[in-house]
Design a protein around this ligand. Structure first.
Ligand SMILES: [Zn+2]
Length: 309
């Protein structure tokens, strides 16, 4: 079965200040890379407009509408030191939510085996009621709740290999025994959360922090020892990947030293877990990744691996 690739021109309409690493060119680099003929078998679709109700699966509805109210008619408005909105941000954020839900729809309806959404803004720093860290709404959390409410998924596992800890995802699922959140990330680093001993109220949070300078060996060891056994014990009905590629050695924001092969490896490992427990259902959502060339190459190996499923 096939792999779904979701994208939309409006994702480039979310403007950030000049020189900001989370910029529209990230998606241009990815789109260009995925034009290569080896990606021709991808099912390509436009990200649909998500609804406020969908965003409100992971956030209080008043918070969602507060974000909408903050969108300026022109220019850029800062929500915090590094998170901002522009006139195009609402459509981008809502289509990012819509793409996350459509990806879940397509894998649960058996139309595709797995899906990758190349959306921005990213999502994993967005807490229940706080936009932060370049993120407005938590797309991975929305996908998870959508799978639970629409398809009766009992257990959803979220794996986050972005170099930054997904404090927002941890916040949203801290007390949810039916969601296993697993993260590798550099520590110390923004946002400061993600220590080993942050385990959630039901031991449903698995943090495997890495140190600046760590590379393939330490990353794979953490995944093999701390995360894969927990995933198998959990027996997920869906795997959601918070796919950040800023742990690559060329990334300007992170200090880890992963290479493309590591992202192919983790993708294959997660697909094996999905094959064992949930008919291969994997929904992968773009998070970080700020060296444009490295980002495009990492997405290429990630998507190529998904296509072998
Ligand atoms: Zn990141």
């Amino acid at each position: 079965m096939s792999t779904l690739y979701l994208h939309h021109p409006s994702f480039a309409g979310h403007k950030t200040p000049p020189g900001h690493p989370e910029c529209p060119d990230r998606l241009r680099a990815i789109d260009q890379m995925l034009e290569h003929e080896k990606f021709q078998p991808l099912e390509r679709d436009s990200a649909p407009y998500g609804s406020i109700e969908q965003a409100a699966l992971a956030h209080p509805e008043a918070h969602v509408t507060d974000i909408r109210s903050a969108i300026p008619a022109s220019g850029i408005v800062h929500l915090d030191g590094d998170t901002s909105v522009s006139p195009g941000s609402w459509e981008a954020a809502m289509r990012a939510v819509g793409a996350a839900c459509l990806a879940v729809d397509e894998v649960f309806q058996g139309k595709v085996r797995n899906a990758f959404s190349a959306a921005r803004p990213p999502g994993h720093h967005a807490e229940k009621a706080r936009a932060m860290g370049f993120c407005l709404f938590n797309n991975a959390a929305v996908a998870t709740r959508w799978a639970q409410t629409t398809y009766g998924a009992e257990r959803v596992a979220i794996i986050d290999f972005d170099v930054h800890h997904g404090n927002g995802t941890q916040d949203i699922f801290w007390a949810d025994r039916n969601v296993l959140y697993c993260s590798t990330h550099q520590m110390p680093l923004y946002p400061g959360t993600g220590a080993f001993n942050e385990t959630g109220t039901s031991n449903n949070i698995v943090n495997a922090p890495l140190h600046a300078g760590d590379g393939s060996h330490e990353f794979r060891e953490a995944i093999d020892t701390a995360i894969l056994p927990r995933l198998d014990d959990f027996r997920p009905d869906l795997i959601v990947i918070s796919a950040g590629f800023d742990a690559h050695l060329r990334d300007p924001l992170g200090g880890l030293r992963l290479v493309e092969a590591d992202f192919a490896w983790i993708t294959n490992k997660l697909m094996e877990v999905a094959d064992r427990h949930c008919n291969g259902r994997v929904v992968s959502l773009l998070e970080g990744g700020y060296d444009l060339d490295a980002l495009a190459r990492c997405v290429a190996v990630h998507v190529a691996a998904l296509m072998t499923g």
